[in-house]
Write a protein that binds this ligand. Sequence first.
Ligand SMILES: Nc1ncnc2c1ncn2[C@@H]1O[C@H](COP(=O)(O)OP(=O)(O)OP(=O)(O)O)[C@@H](O)[C@H]1O
Ligand SMILES: [Mg+2]
Length: 247
Amino acid sequence: MAAVKLLDVDGVGKDFRGLRALSEVGFEVEPGEILGIIGPNGAGKTTLFNVISGAIAPDTGRVVFGRKDVTGAAPHRIARAGMVRTFQLMRPFGSMSVLENVGLAAQHRRQPLRRLRGEAMDVVERVGLGPWAHRPATELPTAGLKRLELARALAMRPKVLLLDEVLAGLVPAEREPVLDLLAALREEDGTTLLFIEHIMAAVMRLSDRVLVLDQGRVLATGSAEQVTSDPRVIEAYLGEEPGDAED
Ligand SMILES: Nc1ncnc2c1ncn2[C@@H]1O[C@H](COP(=O)(O)OP(=O)(O)OP(=O)(O)O)[C@@H](O)[C@H]1O
Ligand SMILES: [Mg+2]
């Protein structure tokens, strides 16, 4: 019996002035699934998120979310439909507090302001930024900015969350609570996760399935164990800085 797909990426290609950033990329994601996305620097991982989330339109192929073709749709429309991404480079509004930053992300939800504020506070606490709620976002250290980026995405109540290296720049002790939170999002909220990650321990722990990108193409898909023992995947990672792919 074929499982229901929540996201269907089909034949996606993207060129940047002759550089093939993505080529014939296709995969499906089921509701509640956690898909890890790995690949060397420059493999096209962020570009793939840019296409899925509507930040850039692909040259070929299509993205179907639910039953709707969202290829090239504006990012805010896709986010409103329930597919939300975080950014590899974080850009909060520095003059605003942590809570205000999160509240702003939820604004499109046309709910009474009081309710949105309450929900924003819940999200701030859920990501562990409670004590920072009323401090300016600029005062946050890297780990805090990562949590804020996650909180801003969660405030939009995503069905599908696209996470672009949310663990980068965090020391191992800081990673644990984030990993716990991501696992809880699926267990408690049923959120579907696609996460780009270089830290293999996290990929092994969270992923139901892993998609490996290399030079804009899907090199392999399978369980974390399968892909990490695949000689083609090991080969693609050669030449990477050891610290990049290791925990
Ligand atoms: N807007 C753009 N204009 C031109 N080239 C781009 C653009 N965005 C990405 N590229 C190029 O496309 C390729 C894929 O980049 P992308 O950022 O998707 O890689 P990545 O897999 O996310 O890498 P990393 O692990 O370093 O984050 C790279 O060669 C990059 O330089
Ligand atoms: Mg990237």
